[in-house]
Design a protein. Sequence first.
Lengths: 269, 269
Amino acid sequence: MRRAAIGVFDSGIGGLTVAAEIAARLPHEDIIYLGDTARLPYGTRSPQTIVRYAERATGLLLKYPIKALVVACNTASAYSLDALRAATDLPVLGVIKPGARAAVAGSRSGRMGIAGTEGTIRSGSYQQAIHALDPVVELVARPWPLLVPLAEEGWHDHAVARLALETYLSDFAELGVDTIVLGCTHYPVFKRLISEVLETTFGASDVALVDSAVAVTTDLQQLLMERDLEAPQRAGRRSFFCTDARERFERVGGHFFRGDLSSATVVDL
Amino acid sequence: MRRAAIGVFDSGIGGLTVAAEIAARLPHEDIIYLGDTARLPYGTRSPQTIVRYAERATGLLLKYPIKALVVACNTASAYSLDALRAATDLPVLGVIKPGARAAVAGSRSGRMGIAGTEGTIRSGSYQQAIHALDPVVELVARPWPLLVPLAEEGWHDHAVARLALETYLSDFAELGVDTIVLGCTHYPVFKRLISEVLETTFGASDVALVDSAVAVTTDLQQLLMERDLEAPQRAGRRSFFCTDARERFERVGGHFFRGDLSSATVVDL
């Protein structure tokens, strides 16, 4: 079992930021990544559809020798964890609880912002997970739909991204949040710009940005340690699957993984 | 046959601009609209996948009494018309040829721009259709991926849209185009802003913007007349189907149709 891989799935390429974090901090682990590029984006789908897609994606990963499943997609984490845990005895980690825990642990003022896709925000999952940990936290939750295409366009530091963030961040600044949960795997590429806009436009310095890729990797690391599942010392292998449009997966996804994806295989779920 | 409906399909809600144009200019015609919201966007899918999706969508519309099929999605028009014409004897109209014809007819300088999704631009369909009509036209073709989420966000006149257009339009202005084909059904909501940016930022007035919703409706009108298929004088009925996320289809789509969609039915293809 220690030699088995970490299965990671996402609706597309955003989850590659999670795979990159796992690869960087757990370099001995094999990683099998599936991006469901034929069905992205999950963020605007109905809950039943998201569950069905997540079950199919998990079904593929379970055909490989894996020891843990990481649901790197926030929308899928919001809706499908119960269904996936019913489908396998392996540990299933979503990104929402780790993100919520990191946010609550880090906030001093108890005023937080949550940003994500329409589906993630509408699900109320981050709101519930945070309030379960600390019921008196004040929250503002907003969808930031433009950031996904901006990230995929590579406009990480473009004036358009800055202006969109000035619009999106105003409600967060008004509440005076000291922590913002980046509840979509695409958003961490804008970390520097978000901090800059908060400081220059709203005079808000020292706002902590919670990256769920970092938070879930911490949880995964601890889980592997506790269950004695850590891989032996070796160079971990990385395998990439997508369900459509491989060329785009490799080209755009490469920026998110910060590495070469040219071995990707297209699979039909 | 004259009492049969016009079948219109699109990958989602953008094609509602085409349905709106047909409804306005052919008010006696019944319209059956299908938005494949479970599988949008088509623009980043592979050609084979787009053809498969278009065949399934057409299969649904053919279960209803229709007399013509309008493929309102540019990406589907780019890839799937041959396959759809093989599947039915009904006339099948895409948006690309009508748009290309309108562009060539309107341009004085022979320098044109084409904007669309990644899939539409990469397909080369507009480029080929225009060059088939006039081989010496000078073309610049560019994807404008941010305009779809900007349109769906309702930021039709927002500073972010203006800045994105300033970036996107610079190559077009540099070539000195006198015509721009809006090769995506979402783009016409930005017509006013595009003209304004061309004029104020680039000093380019009098650039014609070709809206394929207008162009394909003209072709449809002519086809119905030629084949004696025009509906009798009556109030045309409009029926709406989508494949997922009905609430969003009705809410966001309502702006595109400029009318009420609250009778939409969810179907599984």
